[in-house]
Design a protein around this ligand. Structure first.
Ligand SMILES: Nc1ncnc2c1ncn2[C@@H]1O[C@H](COP(=O)(O)OP(=O)(O)OP(=O)(O)O)[C@@H](O)[C@H]1O
Ligand SMILES: [Mg+2]
Length: 268
């Protein structure tokens, strides 16, 4: 693989003592589209938060653009984040701002550009996602798929070298899904962006990504190009890729014994 943009070196992370990752090592090469797949609750969103420096590992190191995140001051981290776009799982547009102002927000926050130049850049981004005509509307006046496209325009607004997409395909009809998928591909190709796509949409992610990691229970159960993964014989990987309910990957969040739990609620 070429030069790495993000490196996880034996990263461990837990929420209040509940482990999510143990000794996780990943490399994200420059100018590629990387897919991170895995069952719900396996830590995909957590992984993106670690890359963004919103949370910090308990052990191990994370390097982004060659910089060790643990050595950066708040200001340096803020500077680094300018070069990372994030499409949040929830869309997370500002509901009281117009479409235009949503896309302008990072530019106003992070640059000193004058309003004319900001207008110019916002219109270019909105045009790229086909929604220039909605500039004066509010997010509530758009469909879910359109909101996702505005969020994508916002994630692209500072022309970051890295864009992270958290579940970009969820809840979209097949046409909207195709549109988003093409946009992600085109943004990557046209702007030389490195993309990290987190998703449980196996089909779509295999189509779009150059290289994939599959996570389960805090570890990597498989990685490779789409064709390498399709030919991988590992049982855990096959269960996930073929969408089988039964197999080594558990469906349940860890819990106390089911019967004991039910009985205790009757006794209480
Ligand atoms: N802020 C938090 N505080 C405590 N636990 C959390 C927090 N965020 C996530 N978790 C736990 O960490 C684990 C990983 O969560 P995460 O959101 O990273 O999963 P995910 O792979 O993105 O899931 P999904 O596919 O459903 O979005 C889950 O068990 C979750 O309950
Ligand atoms: Mg998630």
């Amino acid at each position: 693989m070429s030069e790495a943009l993000v490196i996880f070196d034996k990263v461990s992370y837990s929420y209040n003592g509940k482990p999510v990752f143990h000794d996780l090592s990943i490399e994200v090469p420059v100018n590629k589209t990387i897919g991170i797949m895995g069952p719900s609750g396996t830590g995909k969103t957590t992984l993106l938060k670690l890359i963004g420096g919103q949370i910090h590992p308990d052990r191990g190191k994370i390097f982004v653009y060659g910089q060790d995140l643990s050595t950066l001051s708040r200001k340096e981290l803020f500077g680094l984040r300018k070069n990372m776009g994030m499409l949040f799982q929830s869309g997370a547009l500002f509901s009281d701002l117009s479409v235009f102002e949503n896309v302008a927000f990072p530019l106003r926050e992070h640059t000193d550009l004058n309003s004319e130049l900001i207008r110019y850049l916002v219109l270019i981004k909105l045009n790229a996602v086909g929604l220039r005509g909605t500039a004066n509307l509010f997010p509530r006046e758009l469909s879910g798929g359109m909101q996702r496209r505005v969020a994508l325009a916002r994630a692209m607004s500072l022309d970051p070298d890295l864009i992270m997409y958290d579940e970009p395909f969820t809840g979209l009809d097949p046409i909207a899904l195709g549109v988003i998928s093409n946009l992600i591909r085109n943004v990557g190709a046209v702007y030389d962006t490195t993309s990290i796509i987190v998703s449980h949409d196996i089909e779509e992610t295999l189509t779009i990504a150059d290289y994939l990691y599959v996570l389960s229970e805090g570890e990597i159960i498989g990685h490779g190009t789409p064709s390498e993964l399709k030919n991988d014989k590992s049982k855990r990987l096959r269960q996930f890729l073929n969408g089988l309910p039964d197999g080594p990957v558990p469906f349940h969040y860890p819990a106390i014994d089911y019967m004991a739990d039910l009985i205790s609620s009757v006794v209480d």
